[in-house]
Design a protein. Structure first.
Length: 93
């Protein structure tokens, strides 16, 4: 039985990357390696984001800012696969 699960998310917007992908990244970092995200994009205006993620192997840096203005940076690695508007699939591995 395959215990790998792929979460398909349509859209690679800022909200998804800052919240949903971050949450799954933290789950994976805690030792639960069963999950990953395959993200599809249907918006032409997000094509550059998809291409940048594909070029970086699905990795990106998330910046968070506390109410006091303190900044933290974390590399997010939970999106190893993307699909573009034209349907060209890309994979980090």
């Amino acid at each position: 039985m395959n215990n790998q699960f792929t979460w398909l998310h349509i859209g690679l917007g800022s909200f998804h990357r800052a919240h949903q992908a971050w949450y799954l990244h933290r789950l994976i970092a805690s030792g639960d390696n069963r999950w990953r995200i395959a993200a599809g994009n249907i918006r032409n205006d997000a094509e550059q984001v998809v291409q940048a993620l594909a070029a970086q192997g699905g990795r990106y840096v998330l910046e968070t800012v506390s109410p006091e203005g303190e900044r933290e940076y974390e590399e997010i690695t939970s999106i190893p696969e993307t699909a573009t508007v034209a349907g060209r699939a890309t994979a980090a591995d």
